[in-house]
Design a protein around this ligand. Structure first.
Ligand SMILES: [Zn+2]
Length: 181
């Protein structure tokens, strides 16, 4: 469980399930958002208990089973609300920081990324070695290209990218991937 702090927000990565999906706990001193509880609910709930912060919100970057499977169990254990259908520009306040929703389709139609100050939780859109698959239902190479071009334009080099699978990396590295499309 590695964690990093960004202007008052901690991002903690928990690897869950057989596809080694990254679940993220994103929290200030007293509020928490759980992103992509994709399996291993006990592991996630134990980590939440360790943090001593009660999560208010569960968000899924998209609705593939490996990103949503523990939604209900985490909800039942914590009382957090599952936020669905978040649109571009929606903002969630967390302490002095915030999470801003970016619609980033391509891997699926409903794919979103969450932008905080200094970090981006990108789901299955952008990984250190490549972009997400576009051949699954709802995937689109055309939309992926648009999304990657947008990220390349809007996300500065020093921003830390937290992908849906694998290790975090800097956008500087991510930009090389964006050019591969
Ligand atoms: Zn996926």
């Amino acid at each position: 469980m590695k964690e990093e702090k960004f202007n008052g927000i901690t991002v903690k990565r928990i690897v869950v399930g057989s596809l080694e999906t990254n679940c993220y706990l994103v929290f200030s001193d007293d509020e928490m958002v759980v992103v992509d509880p994709g399996g291993d609910s006990k592991k996630i709930i134990d980590e939440i208990k360790n943090s001593k912060i009660v999560p208010n919100i569960i968000i899924n970057t998209h609705h593939h089973p490996d990103h949503v499977s523990a939604n209900e169990k985490v909800k039942d254990a914590t009382g957090a609300e599952i936020f669905e259908g978040l649109r571009e520009g929606y903002e969630i306040n967390l302490g002095n920081n915030k999470l801003k929703v970016m619609e980033t389709p391509g891997h699926t139609k409903d794919s979103i990324s969450l932008l905080g100050e200094g970090f981006l939780i990108s789901g299955d859109v952008l990984f250190s070695e490549g972009h997400g698959r576009t051949d699954l239902p709802g995937g689109s190479g055309e939309e992926m290209t648009k999304t990657l071009n947008r990220l390349r334009r809007e996300i500065p080099d020093e921003v830390t990218i937290y992908p849906g699978h694998g290790e975090p990396f800097k956008m500087k590295e991510g930009k090389k991937v964006c050019f591969l499309m």
